[in-house]
Write a new protein. Structure first.
Length: 375
């Protein structure tokens, strides 16, 4: 079990024993494809009604036709899982070859909700990504601004001379600020933010379009709200705490948690649940990604409670169920979920592809909350 942070040891004030909120959505998720998709999609569908599905497959989802076909495969997998209703919201993978015509087609499809920037070499399956955003993709960005298709940003520079723990902060100055100056009407989500600098940038850069919608938002993962970088080295190397962008110092975790519980409309839930088989995490050169989907809402409830923000569930509902739809111009879900203060232990392993299975994030740990109902 990972050590507690200072906040973990604070006296818990809230006495809430059960609460229900509108059914939440996951605004940043990896579902993979084929048999892997079959194994993981049910876990998300039990917790969330919709998810923004990342396009970093092999080959990447670079066209509207590919996104439509991938969506069909996801819906087939959902049916097989018997997990109930789930709506995948699709994303195109931005490359230097993405054309304005493809952007227009995507925007008009009703299926594609955003375009994802992977800086080349930044993370899993990012080889086809972009090395010079404004140099390579200006026409596509112009079209996205015109057709109101948001850009989702993996916000890290990849220059080898920049320390891995500084890559997000450097990205703000080198890429994010020039991007926003050049395309002030482009809607941008700074995905899975991990630093105080990113949290402050998104908090303070409040701009809106003519209909009052925010132009800049950010998603936050459970691991970055609950853990700092010590967790990577707790008694030895901990591969299941390794994700990208990597966990940062405690001061950053505190700033991220403050942003999440602030109720501010620009911050919303995105698990970045990223499944990799056990043997591919526990190896020399293991893969980046935490498989948090099966217990995501329980972990977010824990984070909010540790921040003293769960006396009532309104703040969690804003973060998990209301701010995201408002940013994307969608209605919030009608259904509800109920969480009860009822402990449960995260299994050591879950079925996934081969016999090695998959190790869920925080395997073996006890959670204080359990999701007991969802409709
Ligand atoms: O840790 C991560 N895993 N970060 C990413 O950006 C990609 C993801 C994956 O696809 O495994
Ligand atoms: Zn991701």
């Amino acid at each position: 079990m990972q050590p507690t942070t200072k906040q973990h040891s604070q006296t818990v004030k809230a006495q809430l024993t059960e609460f229900s909120i509108r059914r939440p959505d996951d605004w940043h998720l990896h579902l993979r494809d084929g048999a892997a998709l079959d194994h993981v999609v049910g876990a998300t569908a039990k917790q969330f009604h919709r998810a923004i599905v990342m396009p970093n497959l092999k080959p990447p989802v670079t066209t509207t036709d590919m996104a439509v076909a991938y969506r069909d495969r996801i819906l087939t997998a959902v049916k097989k899982s018997n997990a109930g209703s789930f709506e995948p919201l699709m994303v195109l993978y931005l490359t230097g070859a993405t054309t304005p015509a493809e952007i227009e087609k995507a925007a008009k499809s009703g299926v594609v909700k955003a375009v994802k920037l992977y800086p080349a070499g930044a993370t899993t399956n990012s080889e086809a990504g972009v090395s010079d955003l404004l140099g390579q993709c200006s026409d596509a960005l112009e079209a996205m601004q015109k057709h109101d298709l948001p850009l989702l940003v993996h916000g890290e520079v990849t220059d080898s001379d920049v320390d891995v723990f500084d890559r997000e902060a450097v990205f703000i100055d080198r890429v994010m600020k020039p991007l926003r100056a050049r395309f002030p009407g482009l809607r941008v989500v700074f995905e899975h933010i991990t630093t105080k600098q990113a949290a402050e940038f998104v908090r303070d850069e409040v701009t809106r379009d003519s209909s009052g919608r925010l132009l800049l938002g950010a998603t936050l993962t459970p691991q970055h709200l609950l853990y700092n970088r010590n967790s990577l080295f707790n008694g030895g190397l901990q591969p299941h705490w390794y994700c990208l962008p990597i966990l940062k110092r405690e001061e950053h975790r505190v700033a991220l948690l403050e942003a999440a519980v602030s109720g501010l409309p620009q911050f919303f839930l995105g698990t970045d649940s990223a499944p990799h088989a056990k043997h591919l995490k526990e190896m020399a050169c293991g893969c980046a990604g935490c498989y948090s989907a099966p217990y995501a809402m329980e972990m977010y409830a824990e984070a909010f409670e540790l921040a003293g923000a769960l006396d009532t569930p309104e703040k969690l509902e804003l973060f998990a169920s209301l701010n995201g739809p408002a940013f994307y111009g969608l209605a919030p879900n009608e259904g509800r979920i109920t969480l009860r203060r009822q402990s449960q232990t995260i299994p050591a392993n879950l079925p996934f592809l081969t016999d090695s299975g998959i190790v869920p994030f925080r395997a073996g740990e006890e959670l204080a909350w359990s999701m007991v109902d969802s409709d």
